[in-house]
Design a protein around this ligand. Sequence first.
Ligand code: NFE
Length: 474
Amino acid sequence: MKITAAFDPVTRIEGHLNIEITIDTVNGLQQVVDAKAVGGLFRGFEKLLIGRDPRDAQHITERICGVCPVAHGLAAVRALDIAFGVSVPANGRILRNLTNGSNFVESHVLHFYLLCLPDYIKGPVAAPWQADWDIDRRLGNADTERLMRHYLQALTVRRKADQMTAVFGGRCPHPPAFVPGGFTANPRPDRIATFAAILDELTAFIESTYIPDVEFVANVYADYRFWGRGPGNLLAYGAFELDDAQTSRLFAPGIAWNGTDAVEALDTNAIHEHVLHSWFRNHAPAAPEESPTEPQHPKNGAYTWLKAPRYLDEPCEVGPLARMWVNGDYRQGISTMDRHLARAHEALKIARAMKHWVAELTPEGPVCNVFVPVDAAGAAGLTEAPRGALGHWVRIEEGRIAHYQVISPTTWNVSPRDDAGVPGPLEQALLGVPIENAEQPIEIMRIIHSFDPCLDCATHVMRPGKQAKVYQVR
Ligand code: NFE
């Protein structure tokens, strides 16, 4: 029997995501035969930036999200560095890296413990944290209790990581210290000491707790190394500049096709946005520097507010696994569990790098070069957010923002079908996944969560011809 189900909205993510799936029996096995990812909110920041002073861009775009504001501030000022033709002094570059790096650590710890772990352990049933589903949870009491203790520890770790972001960033979320030409915070010795001391604590947690916990769960649920692959194309813009010319980075940019080890150089001209299945006015695939943001709802054949970014017209996964793969740090596989493993090991790589960077700061040294706003320019600010490749494209005319386009990581991963009808990465990752109990399809949630989508809470499941069945998590 064919069953259509909708998770609306998906819980334990950020934002509003609805996943519609069709489950059918193929070769005697009940599995997902179709999936649609539906982004339920129109973002519209591109529209509200038009006509603004470009110097406001980082402060406004940081408000796109409370989880990854740092990366948006960084992408905005990277675009403005280029537009204004201003370089960044060493201190400014390092302070940007440290503030972004601490947000990565916070976000990765949040993701594993608070957003994903409840899919695998039987904790207390509490809405909307965990449903009373009778599903395959494979851990005994001792392991469950240990992981629950670590869950609680992770709350403190997150707070401390946010403190680190605020040490130089000024506050968290939405640190105001990002400016074109560098950063505004003075790396005073006391701030350096505070940052370094918290970093040591967090690094110890990643080494002794986070990585062993992810490896433990990945071993117990080893079958999830076979499920949730997606298209296998892994794309990274690169991030964490290591020199003042900004030519070498902790994570280099690149693209690996279909899970191969061969990494190609990235050509940003090959990025286009498709909107045939999105609630935007139809246009041919367009480069982000010129693609319009004209909402049209309802629209025939459209089902989401997310556009479909494509590289050389192909869907690509972005995120920790893509970065670690492109850089040769993790190549065990592409799957639900590989995403968790790559993310945890990435947290350690960044934490260890931050230890060096914080020692490279020159206390009281210059943090920012003087910039002069220009009347006309166009530029792209490409970087990495915790969830993957992030780009801001800006065009300035008569001293004001004439065009702005943001392609966030989740737009890559949770994109809909493109103009050729090819599903997005998450949609593809759900196809063929065996479902043990269509009433409680936990397999779907585990795969969705592995992408760490930023879109938000309660789950319903619907069947054709029947009223919406709402799973209220009480
Ligand atoms: Ni709202 Fe974000 C990250 C960005 S996801 S969390 O990481 O950019 O699209």
